[in-house]
Design a protein around this ligand. Sequence first.
Ligand SMILES: Cc1cc2nc3c(=O)[nH]c(=O)nc-3n(C[C@H](O)[C@H](O)[C@H](O)COP(=O)(O)O)c2cc1C
Length: 195
Amino acid sequence: MTQIAETQIRNITGTPIAPILADRWSPRGFDASHEISRDDLLSIVEAARWAPSAGNTQPWAFIAARRGTPEFNTIAGSLAGFNSAWAGRASALIVFATIPARGQKMARWNEYDLGQAAASATVQAEYLGLRVHQMGGFDANVIREGLELSDDVNPLTVMAIGAYDDSDSVPAEIAQRDLADRRRLPLEQVVLVSF
Ligand SMILES: Cc1cc2nc3c(=O)[nH]c(=O)nc-3n(C[C@H](O)[C@H](O)[C@H](O)COP(=O)(O)O)c2cc1C
């Protein structure tokens, strides 16, 4: 499997956390010449498949496509606004969709479960030395029609996966966004009862 070195620590965490989490971030500057192997992409989807879900309902489906394929172009063509400027440089795109019929008994948690699958896929991609950038900005109907998906498939997010590129070959307006400060709410605002 591919292991790509990129060592800059992006997150100054208040307390040490696992390096794979401390190092994760969502770039827009992807290396448009990097190719992901089928095995690596498969392992990312497999990680999603093994995520926990309420009652093990697994109310999800994934559509993974490598750059250069018609499916990739369809997904890229659904992206909205600035997403369409950068995500086409990624090595792969994965659509994360809920299948409500599958999760009927645990409907309240369908989207929560899908998010866990996306988190697992993210960790697997990071483990491979790749970077992930998730997107909510896309037109689900373009994907549904372009890939001839049935009505019970609800695309919720698109995940771009690839190798980070901070070279001059990345257009400046994309590269600039990757230099922005990364912030989080202070711990006191998200931990409601101290321990
Ligand atoms: C559900 C979801 C939807 C998102 N949608 C977009 C998007 O449409 N475009 C974009 O550039 N980033 C998008 N993001 C990325 C977030 O903006 C990013 O994760 C957040 O700013 C934190 O940055 P970090 O991932 O580098 O820690 C999305 C992230 C998630 C989880």
